[in-house]
Ligand binder design. Sequence first.
Ligand code: C5P
Length: 404
Amino acid sequence: MGIFPETGQGIERVSLTDKNILLGVTGGIAAYKAAELARLLVKAGARVQVAMSEAATRFVGPLTFQALSGKPVLTGLWQGEGAGMDHIHASRGTDLVLVAPASADFLAKLAQGRADDLLSALCLARACPLAVAPAMNREMWAAAATQRNLVQLRADGVHVLGPAAGEQACGETGPGRMLEPAELMAALPGLLGAGLLAGARVVVTAGPTYEPVDPVRGLTNLSSGRMGYAVAQAAAEAGATVCLVSGPTCLATPPGVRRVDVRTAHQMHAAVLAELPCDVFIAVAAVADYRSDSAAPQKIKKDTGGLDLHLVPNPDILAEVAARPDAPFCVGFAAETERLAEYAEAKRLKKKLPLLVGNLAQDTLGQDSAELVLFDDNGAHPLPRAAKLAQARSLIAHLALLRT
Ligand code: C5P
């Protein structure tokens, strides 16, 4: 049973007991919050080894971390009892390296693979997952160089946790605040491979819908369903009980996922409502916006003249689910062909979604890989092109963090 405060959303957290966590602390005012993080980690039963950059020691004394972790703090390449090999030994047997706060300078070092101090060297020498919790002034966060480094780090498989937006130590307001220690704690089980969505009921829609015009013809779109199926798989991997409501596709059901097949938007609407209440609803389907208001009972015969079809709007499943009093955590998708950020953010606000995934349809449809941007209250988070399953796993990690 979990050691974390109850989220009220049915997630059962996996224990951190006996996990070996290397907590890296770099130079920034948020270093004082890392002391609380060390305390929470120890309280949760983790074995904590702290490593500090030289700049971090200017903000908080190593003795504070030594007292909290019960172990001498690693500070320099040339000190310690590791015969000059601390940078190699430190991450051996470690389950996770978490650098919090991670300064702009440290992110730049990581992105370049530099190893000129103990913390950067041990990050390079590690074989376990690495997570960073950036903390810096909003302009430093927004700087092209920092954003370039983040794209590189994500592509290298580094988990980027946050930052949050809000008041900053410098007096400015914007993105760049380190996530609170409790928020970081909530993200750790997932990074350690534990069930990020354990105990959660997740409903995913996928594929196109098909709206009949007559018994042999209909309106549909080019959605292959691959992204939705990948999302269902990633949610199941994360420990959720997953129902996949799927329009017509030729894909195999992911392992452990229950699939409900539908054809039309109306059927998808009914199937989704039948699955409520749930904890998370992820609407990936490319639902046809319109249907013919009077599908012909027999095949329409060809004539020399034109054919007028009267189309009526379909129910917006996602908007309806998100507006319910018992609304689950809702995630939308926006496939645009231009002005992605503008249209996607407008859609997120209109449908009142905490998270929306944007992509350029022409770059994604029918492909095995996708380039995505996640939009949430903290801004836009690009996910550089990767396999759809890898993107789906990143999406699940991100939404699990937002739900906490
Ligand atoms: O409004 P738009 O169709 O662009 O919004 C896309 C998002 O809304 C997707 O997440 C899609 O699955 C969902 N949607 C829906 N029902 C509709 C139309 C879209 O659930 N009728």
